[in-house]
Design a binder for this molecule. Structure first.
Ligand code: BGC
Length: 710
């Protein structure tokens, strides 16, 4: 499948990203005592005063791939960082949660906070004090190689999920670095694509999730991205790093560069970066000394960077504890059960014709499993977030076999998308055919974009299966939308599994047999055709076809070749804000039960306009227990500027027994009705009438009511 260059590139990627780094982490302890922010500032200042010029210069770059430098003379320990989000990647095994996009698909804030808490604890158990995540770059184009790591297309959903995750992690004294700041919305030639985006779109679509992570969840770290934004590289972008992040949002932590994402020495120092990772390529003693001598940077700037780092580390308590917490739990039974609950709640049932699912154990005896992801089920996309699945993990095939002790489950191999004629008989006679398809850590990965069409002739496989058996269940793996036509019409059931981590197989078996009632909802819009997305019209034609030599050649070297502009001409029309008719809308997901929604009430205070409380009653009208995600969108009826048709502003996940009903409430604040005004460079509320929309997807609105905000 791959030519030689591609093979070599893959080997490079495997070395760079897929290995498990096994550093030896010293238990270590220091004498410096932790404290509140003021105390941290005082202590950081004292340490700074003690440091020599070369110690300071040394401190603003990393060492050994994933660490900051120690200064034993001052009891400053080495601090370790680890990738990220679906678990703790370095230093051996850890609990492997679903990918970021699947976390977002749970729409369950409390659950994701528990995931963050587990990841924080496992970081402590392994001695990692900085977690290199979570990532909240918006899914602008469905083929971005890293969408799987991020939290979907909607700024509100991504912000809520990331904030919950960060709260969980940082509670354990582990620092998060929200990433990649900003507009790293595709991995196609990521060092060389300039995201050209207008101010309003930047603030309404691409920045809010970062803002929430920083302002509400208080992420101590931010990681800058590879790409330039409006012509200026993220790692030296004064507008983003200083004006927006520090001045407007009041951020007082540190900004870490993405790995090898500096392109000069002066730029990052002058414009708000605090540490270069993984080593001192640009921020080394020679370059810095020269710049100081030329007076193009000042000592005050270097001091500021060192101070931000020290203060943040002290504030998180890192200097006041052993590096490894020997009592912190790692891969415990409880952690595993949270991983299982997360993957159970992430799965999205897209389609279920003739109520094929859940499978009836009394009637379904023979199951055929086909497709690459059946035997070796993908647990995550590729690159720096990939955790090697541990031994003993169940694939979809294994898990189905184990849970169908009375029946027959067979895995049928295929070649170039075709099952051999000799095996077709089993398929024809099977009570159900599970087609486990989609991408994996090679076909969808950091550092390049993927195809829109299913890889490895899998469309052909689906067509061959659906031609001979009407009970076909297609299971998609991938970080977002992918081509589902024309086979979608002839497949009875379709599930989007995204990437589910270590419990992938178990969860799919539980969903198929109805032990788990699906409650994941799409955090992205699935269009019928790739070109339907407005954003795709302003993107490279076939992103998966980028030459590998372009990925490697000239990475990080600004002089090597020219930068391409990626113009975000669609503006706010991203995802469901787009005007196309989707195949499956944002927020969509079926259940094995039914819910009805009624009694919309809007309560506002007579005196103060905000907060406004919106409530409604939800009833489980079906036969089994289930969870529904009630989504609140706002439509601005009389705006003086263009506003998207509707925008998500809150949601509520509810768990109900059959026949039970419950009143739920959601709160709205002034900023939920506001838009970003480019005249005043701020968010403004324009008085007028708004419609509150309550639904179960962006297209399935069940209740609506107008509200006058004057
Ligand atoms: C990725 C980051 C990651 C870093 C360290 C980079 O290639 O873009 O997200 O944290 O590597 O592995």
């Amino acid at each position: 499948m791959f030519d030689r260059l591609q093979q070599r590139f893959l080997q490079y990627m495997m070395r760079r990203f897929v290995g498990n780094y096994n550093h030896t982490i010293p238990p270590g302890s220091t004498t410096v005592q932790g404290g509140d922010p003021e105390d941290a500032e005082r202590r950081a200042r004292n340490l700074l005063n003690e440091m020599s010029l070369s110690e300071k210069i040394d401190y603003i770059s990393g060492i050994d791939s994933f660490a900051t430098k120690e200064i034993p003379r001052l009891n400053i320990p080495r601090i370790y960082a680890a990738d990220a989000t679906s678990g703790v990647r370095c230093f051996g095994d850890s609990t492997n949660f679903p990918a970021g996009v699947a976390m977002a698909a749970t729409w369950n804030r409390e659950l994701i906070e528990r995931v963050g808490d587990v990841v924080g604890k496992e970081c402590r158990a392994k001695g990692a004090s900085i977690l290199l995540g979570p990532g909240v770059n918006i899914a602008r184009v469905p083929t971005c190689g890293r969408n799987f790591e991020y939290m979907g297309e909607d700024p509100y959903l991504a912000g809520e999920m990331a904030a919950s995750y960060i709260n969980g992690v940082q509670r354990n004294g582990v620092i998060t670095t929200i990433k990649h700041f900003a507009c790293n919305n595709s991995d196609y030639d990521r060092h060389k694509t300039d995201s050209v985006v207008d101010e309003r779109t930047l603030h309404e679509i691409y920045l809010p999730a970062f803002k929430k992570a920083v302002r509400e969840a208080k992420s101590i770290g931010v990681m800058s991205s590879y790409n330039p934004i409006n012509g200026v590289y993220a790692s030296e972008n004064a507008y983003l790093l200083q004006e927006v992040l520090r001045e407007e949002w009041g951020f007082d932590g540190f900004v870490m560069s993405d790995w090898n994402s500096l392109y000069s020495t002066e730029g990052p120092i002058r414009n708000g970066l605090d540490i270069e990772m993984p080593g001192a390529k640009w921020l080394n003693e020679k370059n810095i000394q020269e710049a100081i001598d030329k007076k193009s940077i000042s000592m005050k700037q270097i001091d500021g960077m060192v101070f931000n780092l020290l203060k943040s580390f002290i504030q998180a308590g890192i200097f006041d504890r052993p590096t490894v917490d020997a009592n912190a739990p790692l891969k415990s039974k409880e952690h595993r059960s949270i991983a299982l609950q997360t993957s159970d709640e992430a799965v999205v049932l897209l389609k279920n014709k003739r109520a094929l699912l859940p499978l009836d154990r009394q009637k379904v005896h023979r199951i055929a499993v086909v497709g690459n992801n059946g035997l070796v089920t993908a647990t995550g996309g590729g690159g720096s977030s990939y955790l090697i699945p541990e031994e003993g993990m169940h694939s979809i095939y294994d898990a189905l076999r184990l849970s169908n002790s009375h029946g027959e489950v067979q895995y049928i191999t295929s070649s170039r998308g075709l099952v051999d004629e000799r095996d077709i008989n089993f398929i024809v006679k099977a009570d159900a055919v599970v087609i486990a398809t989609g991408f994996n850590y090679i076909s969808e990965s950091e550092a390049y974009d993927r195809s829109w069409e299913l890889p490895d002739h899998q469309q052909r496989l689906i067509e061959q299966m659906t031609a001979v058996n009407r009970n076909c269940i297609v299971i998609l793996h991938g970080g977002g939308a992918m081509g589902c036509t024309p086979w979608i019409d002839v497949s009875s059931a379709v599930i989007h599994a995204m990437y589910l981590g270590q419990e992938a197989g178990n969860t799919i078996a539980r969903i198929l047999y109805g032990e788990t009632n699906p409650s994941g909802r799409l955090p992205f819009t699935m269009a019928e055709h790739f070109d339907d997305y407005e954003s795709v019209k302003n993107y490279v034609k076939d992103p998966a076809k980028m030459e590998m030599k372009r990925v490697k050649g000239g990475q990080g070297n600004p002089d090597k070749r020219k930068i391409t502009k990626i113009e975000y001409k669609e503006g706010l029309k991203v995802g469901y804000r787009d005007t196309m008719k989707p195949l499956f809308p944002f927020g969509h997901g079926l259940s094995y039960t039914k819910f009805s929604l009624f009694k919309l009430q809007i309560q506002k205070d007579e005196e103060k306009l905000f907060p406004i409380t919106v409530s409604s009653t939800v009833k489980n009208t079906g036969k089994v227990r289930g969870k529904e995600v009630i989504q609140l969108y706002i439509h601005d009826k009389e705006a003086s500027v263009y506003r998207p048709e509707k925008e998500l502003k809150n949601f509520f996940k509810i768990d109900l027994d059959p026949g039970r009903q419950k009143k739920i409430s959601m709160v709205l604040h002034e900023e939920d009705f506001s838009f970003y005004d480019t005249q005043t460079h701020s968010w403004i509320l324009e008085p007028g009438v708004f419609t509150i929309l309550i639904g179960v997807s962006s297209s399935d609105i069940r209740l609506r009511s107008d509200i006058d905000i004057t």
